[in-house]
Every structure is written in structure tokens, then in C-alpha cells.
Design a protein around this ligand. Structure first.
Ligand SMILES: [Zn+2]
Length: 131
């Protein structure tokens, strides 16, 4: 199967993020434009971050109107990011929430989510327990 994405190492990303999946719109997709996974050069060897972004590519291929839903629905965005961060939790083999505190902070701050820290803590704890 032809790969559906390209990986680009660049610092031309929103300063909040170490990586970013850039999706083509419908017309671009029709014209054959691929998903671009942008990764900061300093995270070039960070398999967990790559797996986080690849999870977003999988989601993009799985859910209709993924980008619109991601942008418009906090609940959807939260669900997608939890799935993506779970890839990092598994890759880094986190065993407790202290190790994942940076993920809890990121979910509380970076994604414009109106979700209580307690709930994020609970959800991330559950991911660690299950991984
Ligand atoms: Zn993400």
C-alpha cells in the first residue's frame, strides 16, 4: 500500500506543540495531497511522538469529517487526544500518573478544552492502568 503521509522535520509548528499532523482538505485530498506529519527536529527520534501523530492519521482515515469534528467538538477533540497520548503512554511505558503529569498539563492547557483537571487525571490514570 502506498503510504498515506509524509514526515517533515521542521520547527515551523505552533510553538505549543512538538509535532503536528497537517491534513489536506477535501479538494487537496482529491488532488492526491498527502497528510503531512510535522515533527520538530529535536524530537526526530521520539517514537512516542511519532506514534501520537500517526494515531491522528488513523483517526483521520477512520472518522468522516474528522477535521471539522476535531475543531468544533471539545468532546471529540478530547477523545482523539486521549487516544493519541495513549500511544505515548504505551511507548514510554509509564507506570504512574506522575510520569504522565506533562500529558495532563497539556490536555488542560493546549487544546482549548473545558474539562476539569480532576477528570483529565482520572482518564489518564485509566489509560496507564490499562496499558
Ligand atoms: Zn494530538
Amino acid at each position: 500500500m502506498k503510504s498515506s503521509f509524509n514526515i517533515v522535520f521542521t520547527d515551523d509548528i505552533d510553538s505549543k506543540f512538538g509535532g503536528y499532523a497537517k491534513f489536506p482538505n477535501l479538494l487537496q485530498k482529491y488532488l492526491g495531497k498527502k497528510v503531512e506529519i510535522l515533527i520538530r527536529p529535536k524530537y526526530r527520534n521520539d517514537i512516542g511522538l511519532l506514534k501520537h501523530e500517526l494515531k491522528h492519521v488513523e483517526q483521520f482515515n477512520k472518522y468522516w469529517f474528522y477535521c471539522i469534528r476535531y475543531n468544533l467538538s471539545q468532546a471529540f477533540r478530547y477523545k482523539m487526544e486521549l487516544e493519541a497520548y495513549n500511544e505515548q503512554i504505551k511507548e514510554y511505558q509509564y507506570k504512574n500518573v506522575t510520569q504522565a503529569q506533562w500529558i495532563i498539563d497539556a490536555l488542560a492547557i493546549k487544546y482549548n478544552l473545558d474539562i476539569k483537571s480532576d477528570d483529565i487525571l482520572k482518564d489518564v490514570s485509566n489509560l496507564i492502568t490499562r496499558s
